[in-house]
Write a protein that binds this ligand. Structure first.
Ligand SMILES: *Cc1c(COP(=O)(O)O)cnc(C)c1O
Length: 463
């Protein structure tokens, strides 16, 4: 491999430093639809387009950085989940992954329900017209005020997370002359992340009530006694970015075990079971997520089988995908600033955003891919690290990836699969302004969350 004129650091396989990467792909211009939204492609000039709109036009019109969301892809994924689970189950989109009023409307139109976990998310959902009975309210420390607002609004369920909350919600509902539908969130001793799960993970975490030691059974006992509550089911959420269904299998087995104990003790068959979210997506070409129909089939079979064995009527199943719906639908569009080759190491490519628009790499050591999108290139691959503009050396967006060696300031690059947990976790670190979310569909682009302005920042700072 010869070196180009550009001093781009090491490229030769045998001098590459350690890192989280495999060999460079055969063609850096190819866009793998495992990680890119469905309508993403390149036009005749090699410029990437999404929803029929060219990224150079998007950058010009909306600036960078910007989250560019493929609305058709979002709707298709939402619909695929809805269809896969059918009319006898419910799909709750986990709003914390990314929530805006446009998203709420799409979900409503596609027949999905919605999980919220704060007063702010509840307000967003209600203001966009999501029917309250299709909203579930989660969280380990809901305030009295948040609970009151949720009960008053008539949310379809509150997911109870502690003994104190069982009493709190019951009292608030009773004081409002209501009987609130609720599920109890339990921890089943299963922890699943990506390709592994631990079936004996102890329940040492802030969410839920442990099944172990009979605590979950005691929670059911108390909830059934309170007039302000209508206990409709049991909830379990075992992790995130999960590919392996065996964690759900163990969880379902344990949840159904509790339903059976409840039936035996109280003569009550709780009608619902929620298996949570956490289904994985592809961040790089190495990830192989399952399709919604495979997941639906597997989960339905597991629950049905367990219930038959326990001689229970099969409860109505619900699931709560967040990442799996919105994650793959968006990419972050950045303009390349400084390009700094470090000899014997890698080339640092600075972009006009960073950890304020994508904290996942710093927070979870997450892996991402990246591509040059404003043009194609035939230059050889260079090992790059995409970093932000923040005053923090951990400000990394993509730890290790190959970009063409002729990459230069002013080029546009994009990081795919940033639809989930990027805008929703965005910060103002260094008083950097949070980027807009631009939805693209059928050749049209529109802002659904506008870019923050310095005026916004200064408005909060009352001097
Ligand atoms: C975070 C969360 C989800 C969604 O997780 P994803 O990984 O985005 O699918 C679903 N349910 C609960 C209770 C959660 O906390």
């Amino acid at each position: 491999m010869s070196r180009s004129a550009h001093p781009a650091g090491p490229r030769h396989a045998d001098v590459l430093p350690e890192g989280h990467y495999s060999a460079p792909p055969a063609d850096l211009n190819t866009l793998d639809h495992k990680v890119w939204a469905q309508t993403v492609g390149r036009d005749a000039d090699g410029v990437v387009t999404v929803g029929g709109v060219d990224v150079r036009r998007l950058a010009e019109e909306f600036g960078t950085p910007a989250y560019i969301l493929d609305e058709a892809d979002f709707r298709a994924r939402a619909r695929a989940w809805r269809t896969a689970f059918g009319p006898d189950a419910d799909v709750f989109y986990a709003g914390k992954a990314f929530l805006s009023r446009a998203v709420v409307r799409w979900l409503d139109e596609e027949g999905l329900n919605l999980d919220v976990c704060s007063g702010g998310e509840l307000a967003t959902a209600l203001s966009a017209g999501m029917p309250a009975e299709r909203i579930a309210f989660h969280g380990n420390n809901k305030s009295t005020d948040e609970i009151r607002r949720a009960v008053e609004a008539g949310v379809g369920r509150i997911v109870l997370d502690s003994f104190q909350e069982i009493v709190r919600v019951a009292h608030i509902a009773q004081s409002l002359g209501k009987r609130q539908k609720a599920q109890i969130r339990i921890t089943v001793g299963v922890e699943a992340h990506t390709h592994e799960f631990i079936a004996t993970a102890h329940e040492d975490q802030k969410f839920g009530i442990p099944l172990a030691g009979g605590q979950a059974a005691e929670a059911v006992r108390r909830a059934l006694q309170l007039d302000g509550l209508e206990l409709i089911g049991i909830h379990s959420h075992i992790g995130s970015q999960i590919f392996d269904m065996s964690g759900f299998e163990v969880a379902a087995h344990r949840v159904v075990g509790l339903l059976k104990d409840v039936r035996d003790e109280h003569g009550v068959e709780l009608p619902e079971i929620d298996l949570g979210g956490g289904l994985g997506i592809a961040y790089t070409s190495d990830d192989d997520p399952r399709e919604p129909h495979e997941i639906a089939k597997a989960l339905t079979e597991i629950v049905t089988r367990e219930c038959e064995a326990a001689r229970l009527r099969t409860p109505r199943i619900s699931v709560e995908p967040g990442r799996a719906i919105v994650g793959p639908t968006a990419f972050t569009l950045y303009e390349v600033g400084t390009v700094k080759p470090l000899d014997g190491l890698r080339t640092y490519v600075s972009v006009d955003g960073g950890m304020s628009d994508n904290i996942r790499t710093a927070l979870y050591d997450a892996e991402y891919s990246v591509a040059l999108v404003s043009r194609t290139s035939t230059a050889e691959p260079m090992l790059a690290r995409v970093v932000g503009k923040h005053c923090e050396s951990g400000d990394i967006v993509v730890k290790d990836a190959f970009l063409p060696a002729d990459l230069a300031p002013g080029d546009l690059i994009a990081v795919p699969a940033t639809g989930a947990y990027c805008r929703s976790m965005a910060s103002n670190y260094n008083h950097v302004l949070r980027p807009p979310v631009v939805a693209v569909r059928d050749g049209e682009a529109r802002v659904i969350v506008r870019r923050e302005t310095e005026e916004d920042l200064l408005r909060l700072d009352v001097g």
